[in-house]
Design a protein around this ligand. Structure first.
Ligand code: SAH
Length: 487
């Protein structure tokens, strides 16, 4: 890899949709990028992995402005590369399959900007797999081709060797082909393919709104127009498509086709989101937060008898502080208390044991550690903890960029359930949504609302949400059951 001060461009395939189909290398690049140029078909959820201050540039290609846009993109890649930035060019699927990566690499080469190409799962394979169809099979298909269903020619018909394609290839994946379906099937039949050859259309493959349509070369064009089937879709032609069952392994998942916005109030990794994704749900955690450890002083820390940690982050910030000041934890006499299970677990990670807050004795000097939000809320703190000193060991800030992701998901109709784990999350989501021009009343129209408990439900109703369900208990199992039951 090149040394510092040198710009670097990564041309990355984002995969077909499911964010977990991005390569590890691709994710690493996104995490360190200064600038991300992304396409329309890239799942916007991946933008949540960027640095909070990364610059995000949308390169959604408008069909009629194809050429102009591509030139502008090339110019930007070179410009930022020469400025010494880490640049990520993120494309749907694999960048070298109808992704113009060759042209981009060429301009970088000419400008002597160093770059790498990171492959991705191409839609023809990813969408087929998630629809339950292997693109080759010992009994049904020994060869596989990816073919464009659209072209630069005046009528937009692809100019390909139809004879060769019809007779020599078993499985064919057409990209961008929906508009030309009748032309494509006519050509294949005309050049020798059996009209009864099965065809499977897969739209939005690998994400929750994946849809399929089955037919044959003779019937598929009519069926597709009747169903108003649209791009982005793969047209998969060949006997392998017979292997599709009524529902694929993906479509059978418990939370398939669930598009969830999970309210979030801090920057800690959420186990809830992970568990929901594992059940097949599309999950967007919103808003996004970033926290910064503060340069603090804790005068006479050894004199406190009780130290209360209000969050896991306050625990790590405190221990990092001890470390920086070269203070041995054994000097601290205080009993540690955690305000939540997560905080207690965090204390344990530093080989100390904490007590739950409800077991806190009401005696001895108390130090409460938290974030800057609580600095000013002295009266509330006093009510909650009695007499105490408070130190903000870190500060939390909202990352504006997640509003862009939110907007894209709204545009793509990919927010259908709002989950509020706490009252605070209700306010955070509502504020973030307001920035996207959405009121609770408007959200009621498109999404159902699930609250973890009384307090979140109360807060939600006060702000004008229709609360559809309250969990019987605030657990992941209860959440999954509620989601699955009432979808
Ligand atoms: N480089 C991409 C293809 C870009 S061309 C890749 O390797 O997948 C854009 C076309 O890809 C779309 O018109 C559609 O045919 C296909 N495509 C991309 N994502 C898709 C998805 N999730 N489901 C179905 N088709 C998809």
């Amino acid at each position: 890899m090149m040394m510092k001060n040198m710009g670097y461009v990564y041309l990355i395939g984002a995969g077909p949709g499911d964010i977990r189909l991005l390569t590890l290398k691709g994710k690493e690049c996104i995490e360190k990028a200064d600038i991300v140029l992304y396409d329309r078909l890239v799942n916007p959820l991946m933008l949540e992995w960027t640095k909070p201050d990364a610059e995000l540039i949308y390169c959604g290609k408008l069909p009629d402005r194809h050429l102009l846009r591509q030139d502008a993109i090339n110019d930007l890649l070179v410009k930022y590369g020469l400025e010494g930035k880490v640049v990520v060019r993120l494309k749907g699927g694999d960048p070298s399959v109808f992704g113009r990566v060759g042209e981009e690499a060429e301009v970088l080469e000419l400008a002597s900007v160093p770059y790498e190409i990171v492959p991705g799962v191409t839609a023809g394979i990813g969408a087929a797999t998630y629809a339950g169809v292997p693109v080759t099979h010992r009994n049904y298909g020994a060869s596989f081709a990816v073919v464009t269903g659209h072209d630069k020619s005046e009528v937009g018909h692809p100019s390909i060797d139809w004879k060769g394609l019809s007779t020599a290839i078993d499985t064919i994946a057409f990209y961008m082909g929906i508009g030309n379906l009748s032309y494509i099937s006519e050509q294949l039949i005309k050049h020798g393919r059996n009209p009864d050859t099965p065809v499977l259309l897969i739209q939005w493959g690998t994400i929750g709104k994946q849809k399929t349509l089955e037919g044959t070369l003779a019937t598929i064009a009519k069926k597709a127009s009747a169903a108003e089937f649209k791009n982005p879709a793969i047209t998969l032609v060949g006997d392998v498509t017979k292997l599709r069952t009524k529902e694929s392994w993906f479509e059978r998942q418990k939370l398939f086709n669930q598009h969830i916005l999970l309210g979030r109030t801090n920057d800690e990794a959420s186990n809830v989101a992970k568990c929901l994704r594992e059940e097949g749900a599309d999950v967007f955690e919103f808003p996004r937060w970033t926290s910064l450890e503060k340069h603090i002083e804790i005068p006479e820390v050894e004199l406190y008898e009780r130290i209360l940690f209000t969050s896991p982050k306050s625990v790590s910030s405190f221990f990092n502080w001890l470390n920086r000041c070269r203070i041995d934890v054994r000097k601290i006499k205080a009993t540690f208390y955690g305000a939540s299970i997560k905080s207690l677990r965090a204390i344990e990670r530093f080989a100390c044991i904490g007590q739950p807050i409800d077991e806190m004795i009401n005696q001895g000097n108390l130090l409460v550690l938290g974030n800057n939000d609580w600095q000013e809320r002295k009266t509330i703190r006093q009510k909650m903890y009695g007499n105490h000193d408070f130190i903000a060991v870190y500060s939390t800030k909202k990352v504006q960029q997640s509003e862009r992701t939110c907007q894209r998901l709204l545009d793509e109709d990919r927010i259908k359930t709002l989950i509020f784990p706490s009252a605070k999350s209700v306010h955070a989501v509502t504020e973030g949504m307001a920035a996207c021009g959405q009121t609770p009343q408007q959200l009621n129209e498109i999404a159902r609302v699930i609250c973890f408990g009384e307090k979140s439900a109360e807060a939600a109703m006060q702000l004008g949400y229709n609360v559809d369900s309250k969990l019987p208990e605030p657990s992941i199992e209860a959440l999954i059951d509620t989601l699955a039951k009432e979808s």
